[in-house]
Every structure is written in structure tokens, then in C-alpha cells.
Design a protein around this ligand. Structure first.
Ligand code: AGP
Length: 607
């Protein structure tokens, strides 16, 4: 979604803004712009399309030491130069960038037009510039506070005024804003990746807060002008973690990082002596953990699939009713919060609006909501009642890969903890830990055979439609495989329970529609083999993800990729790797923009 960067300090602002926007590219965008202030004059340059178009339009040596930049992911108004941010008021003295959606912009626009303000764009955001102008009495910070009191909706705003040089003001309500404290310079960003090349010292701005920055100072207040003292956090990410290194794209890098990211997710959290897990961040006593009678996993997209996989594990091992639910659905169906139930909000970014609003609705009803997040300091991580960081390191590609396997790891640890308080014996716990600790080596051995998956992708990537089929704990893995393929290759793919195809989707089977079956050697293997035969009988091409040495599957399928034999609960990890690789190589073969697929955004901060 949209990205924001702001700078004031001793260096020319334009290159810093463009570099910051480049680091935000991963969020997904369709146009970009900057505004730079120099000697009491603001210069705005904005362009439809990718950043190189903007970069080319910025005159060499553009002077100015303070400015704002934005990457836009269109919500209101088509994608064109005019609708790109920054927007200015009609005098051209104020410029703003905005993330989020202003819900009352229609009424405000009408009122301002009535008062003589001329609008130039179709966006909701432009209303902020005119409102600021109408409420300005010589102090931009105060004008922003008055503006925020009128706005309805979500926003992260950064604004500048030509008469108040070397100063930026920002405000937040539901859309992230972070302050970066540098040496004689200050930055503002919609996430830390925009700032990390300049500083590790950050302050997270909260909803209802306003920040004013000058090169050597910042102050945070609420809308009633009361001072708020903020904690300064230190970012632990290294710059290389947000760079591609020798990989062709971030998605490739992130797929191949999984042995390490999975290890990081369980490192230091396993108690071998008692065959259980340590998860300090949950903020729950053993007594409270024991009293849990129901678990709900709330999330969107890939994170929802990780929740689905884990619900199978939780019910099987801990014998606690557990189900995953789409955050977007849960929020609006007046959820029943039962006593002794616990909720998890699972989110890589920690900023997904659907998940965040579901969390707030659940908390409002008195639920305890824990977070499973990757981004440290993200809104969900801060607002949840405790939780577990997955420590994947920054995930930049829009298609989530390493976060999925790390979310699973965190949820597997939680399951171990809960299961060991109930029926799971020390010995079973010990075996489960051994299986968990085998995952990095297992996934590494599968990744080393990436060329086999690449050959499969080359053979099948011209297909128009795909079915991804699995059963039991591997059914959500099939859903995730289909999601990966469609989002980056744009090939239509449906994920289904293999058992369900006879209830409808089998009508789609023909010689041009491949079905990809997940066939581990678990209790459902025979059933899945029968489903494969049903597809073969209708001349559908079959690709199988099976287990080494499974000759029966090899005899039925047209193509097989086999993974090493593993514990039944470990197959979701083993099977996910070839599915991610398959999607990646198909997209590459078809010449797609793998890291920034069309219409998608990394962190979906609007509903
Ligand atoms: C996955 O590849 C996605 N692009 C998307 O489904 C994502 O998982 C979803 O938007 C949730 O994001 P989150 O984990 O950051 O909350």
C-alpha cells in the first residue's frame, strides 16, 4: 500500500526521499512523488508508474533540505500524475502526503468548494491540504491538530509549509508513522525500511498523536496539545537484510532463507529438559494457559493459511478446539467471545487493517488477543495482550514465504507448550521437538533440488488453470500453494480439499488443467491416491508432491517431486517449499514482476 517518507536535515532532500521511496517499493504502488522545500518555495514533482519515471523527472541538483515523498496505491481516483501525492493547497504553500482513507472527504470537499477552494484531483487526500490551509493561523502543527479533529477515517499524514522551513509535521490514525532520529537530521516514514539507511533510533507514533520535527528536535503531542514522552526504540535489522544481495529478487532470497528463518523462530524457545516450549512474551501464567478451552486464530491471506494448518495440529496434539478465521469476516459478524477462549492475531506486517480491526473488536468484547507478528513494534504487536515474534527478518516480496513457515514454527511451539500441559507425555514432547529441530535441514535439502521444480514450472507454466489439492493438515497447504501461484504468476489456481473435487471442481478437469496433489505418507494417503485416480480417469494431468520412494504415486502421476520422509506434522513445511518454488519459477518463466505483482500491496492497511 502507499508509502511515506519525510526528511529534514543538512543533506539535499531529493535523493534521500527517492532512496527512501525505493525501499518502500515492496509495499506496492502505482505512482510516486516528492515535494522539496528551498528558500521558502515548494517544488512538487509526481509521476504515474514506477519510481524510475519520477527519478527521471527530478532535475539534477534540485536544491532543498527538507521534503516529503510518497508512493501511491490508488483507492480514490485513477492512476495518473495528478492524483499522485504530494498534494498542495491552492496557494501552493502547503504540501501533504497521506496514507489511508478519509471517509468524510465527500462532505468536506463540498464544504471547502463552497468556501472557494478549488480541487484539482479526484483523491480523498487532497481535502487534507485544503483543510490545513483553511485552518492555518501561522502554525502548521496547530493547523494539523485542528484538521485531524475534523477528519474521519484512517491516516498517516506528513505535511510541510513553505513559510515554516526545515520543519515537518505528521499525524497518525490507523496508518503507521515512524520517526527516525538521525545525527542533525530527522526522518519520518510509514515503516522503518524507509529510515534504516540513516538511523536505527526510532519512535513509533501512535493513533491520536502529532509529531513535529526539525533537524535537531522533535516533539510529540496529542490533539489537545498535551506533551507525550515517547520511548526511543533501536531497530536490530541490518541493512543487508533489506537488500537483494546476489538473488534475482526478494522472493527468491526469502524462499532460500527459510532454513535459517525457521531456526530463528524456535531458537532459544525450546526447553529440552522438560520437553516443552518457553514463550515468555505470552504474558500468561501456567494456570491461565491450563484454563484455555478454545483457541481462535484470526488472520488474512497467507497468515490465515498458517493459522489453518496450526488448528489441525492444536486439535490433534493438545485436544483443544481450535479454528482459524478470516479477520475480515470475524469483525463484522458480531463474534461471540467465550470465557476461557484465547485469540491469536497472526500477521507478518502487524499492520493489516482487517486483522487489526478484528483484534480491537475482540478486545473491546473482553477477549485476550495474542499476536504472532514479524515486524517488531508494528501496531498489532503493540496492541495485542502479549505474543510471539517470529523473527523472520524483513520480508520484502509481496508474496509471503518465509513468514508463513516461521508463523507455523511459532504456532507449533505454542501447541507444544499447551499440549505438554495436557495429554502429551515427556517422550512425545521430546519426539515432537526432534521433528521440529529437523526442519531447517529438511527444508535445506529440498531447496537444493530447486532445479527439479524449475523444470516442472517450465513444463506447466502455460496452463491457464490449476487445481491444488491436499487433505487434512495439508489442505491449507494446497490453499497456500494456489494463492502463491495466482498472486505472482496470474495463472488461475484453485486450492481445494482433494475430497471435495467430486462435489464440483472435477467438472473443470480436462487435458489442459493440471492438478497438483500433495500426497504425504500419512493416514490420508490412500484417500488422496483415489482422488488422483479420479482426475487421471478424466485425462487431467497430475503433478504429485509425494514422499521419496512412493512408487504407487509415481505410477499414477505424470510428474512427481518427492520430499524426504518426515513426521506427519512436518509435511506442511516440506511440501510448502516446492509449492513456493513452483509459483516463483512459473512467474519468472512468464516474465512477471515477481516482487511487486500487479494490484497487490505488501501490507494491506485499508479494509
Ligand atoms: C501473501 O502472499 C499475501 N500477499 C497476503 O495474502 C498476506 O498474507 C495478507 O495480506 C496478510 O498479511 P499480514 O500477514 O501482513 O497480515
Amino acid at each position: 500500500m502507499c508509502g511515506i517518507v519525510g526528511y529534514c536535515g543538512p543533506k539535499p532532500a531529493a535523493p534521500i526521499l527517492i532512496e527512501g521511496l525505493k525501499r518502500l517499493e515492496y509495499r506496492g504502488y502505482d505512482s510516486a512523488g516528492i515535494c522539496v522545500g528551498n528558500h521558502g518555495e515548494l517544488t512538487i514533482i509526481k509521476k504515474k508508474g514506477k519510481l524510475h519515471a519520477l527519478d527521471a523527472a527530478v532535475p539534477d541538483g534540485l536544491q532543498g533540505y527538507w521534503g516529503i515523498g510518497h508512493t501511491r496505491w490508488a483507492t480514490h481516483g485513477e492512476v495518473n500524475d495528478l492524483n499522485a501525492h504530494p498534494h498542495s493547497d491552492q496557494s501552493g504553500r502547503i504540501a501533504i502526503v497521506h496514507n489511508g482513507i478519509i471517509e468524510n472527504y465527500g462532505a468536506l470537499r463540498e464544504k471547502l468548494q463552497h468556501e472557494g477552494y478549488a480541487f484539482r484531483t479526484e483523491t480523498d487526500s487532497e481535502v487534507i491540504a485544503h483543510l490545513l490551509s483553511s485552518l492555518y493561523e501561522g502554525n502548521l502543527e496547530q493547523a494539523l491538530k485542528r484538521t485531524c479533529a475534523i477528519l474521519k477515517g484512517t491516516y498517516g499524514i506528513v505535511a510541510m509549509h513553505q513559510d515554516e522551513p526545515d520543519q515537518l509535521v505528521g499525524a497518525r490514525n490507523g496508518s503507521p508513522l515512524v520517526l527516525g532520529i538521525g545525527e542533525n537530521e530527522m526522518l519520518l516514514g510509514s515503516d522503518v525500511t524507509a529510515l534504516i539507511a540513516h538511523t536505527r533510533q526510532v519512535v513509533y507514533i501512535e493513533d491520536g498523536e502529532v509529531v513535529r520535527v526539525t533537524p535537531n528536535n522533535y516533539r510529540t503531542t496529542d490533539l489537545r496539545d498535551r506533551r507525550i514522552d515517547k520511548k526511543v526504540d533501536t531497530i536490530s535489522w541490518e541493512l543487508e537484510e533489506i537488500e537483494k544481495g546476489n538473488y534475482r529478487c526478494f522472493m527468491e532470497k526469502e524462499i532460500f532463507e527459510q532454513p535459517e528463518s525457521i531456526r530463528r523462530a524456535f531458537q532459544g524457545r525450546i526447553d529440552h529438559e522438560h520437553a516443552t516450549a518457553h514463550l515468555g512474551g505470552l504474558n500468561m501464567s501456567n494456570r491461565e494457559l491450563l484454563e484455555i478451552e478454545r483457541i481462535k486464530l484470526v488472520a488474512a491471506g497467507t497468515s490465515y493459511h498458517a493459522g489453518m494448518v496450526s488448528s489441525y495440529l492444536m486439535e490433534n496434539l493438545a485436544r483443544i478446539p481450535c479454528n482459524a478465521e478470516l479477520a475480515s469476516e470475524l469483525r463484522y459478524r458480531n463474534p461471540i467471545v467465550e470465557r476461557n477462549s484465547i485469540y491469536f492475531a497472526i500477521s507478518q506486517s502487524g499492520e493489516t487493517a482487517d486483522t487489526l480491526y478484528a483484534l480491537r473488536e475482540l478486545q473491546r468484547k473482553g477477549a485476550r488477543v495474542l499476536g504472532i507478528c514479524n515486524v517488531v513494534g508494528s501496531t498489532i504487536a503493540r496492541e495485542s495482550d502479549g505474543g510471539v515474534y517470529i523473527h523472520s527478518g524483513p520480508e520484502i516480496a509481496v508474496a509471503s514465504t518465509k513468514a508463513f513457515t516461521s508463523q507455523l514454527t511459532a504456532l507449533y511451539l505454542y501447541t507444544l507448550l499447551i499440549a505438554r500441559m495436557r495429554d502429551m507425555s515427556w517422550e512425545q514432547g521430546h519426539r515432537f521437538i526432534e521433528a521440529l529441530e529437523s526442519i531447517p535441514a529438511l527444508t535445506q535439502s529440498i531447496l537444493e533440488r530447486h532445479a527439479e521444480v524449475e523444470a516442472l514450472a517450465r513444463k506447466y507454466c502455460q496452463a491457464q488453470n490449476f487445481l491444488f489439492l491436499g487433505r487434512g493438515i495439508n489442505y491449507p497447504v494446497a490453499l497456500e500453494g494456489a494463492l502463491k501461484l495466482k498472486e505472482i504468476s496470474y495463472i488461475h489456481a484453485e486450492g481445494y480439499s482433494a475430497a471435495e473435487i467430486k462435489h464440483g471442481p472435477i467438472a473443470l478437469i480436462n487435458e489442459q488443467t493440471p492438478s497438483l496433489f500433495i500426497v504425504p505418507d500419512d493416514g490420508l494417503r490412500e484417500k488422496v491416491i483415489s482422488n488422483m485416480k479420479e482426475v487421471k480417469a478424466r485425462k487431467g494431468p497430475v503433478i504429485a508432491l509425494a514422499v521419496d520412494g512412493d512408487r504407487e504415486v509415481a505410477a499414477i502421476a505424470d510428474d512427481v517431486f518427492s520430499v524426504p520422509r518426515a513426521g506427519q506434522y512436518i509435511y506442511p513445511f516440506a511440501m510448502m517449499i516446492p509449492l513456493q518454488l513452483f509459483a516463483y519459477y512459473c512467474a519468472l518463466e512468464l516474465g512477471r514482476d515477481v516482487d511487486q505483482p500487479r494490484n497487490l500491496a505488501k501490507s494491506v492497511t485499508v479494509e
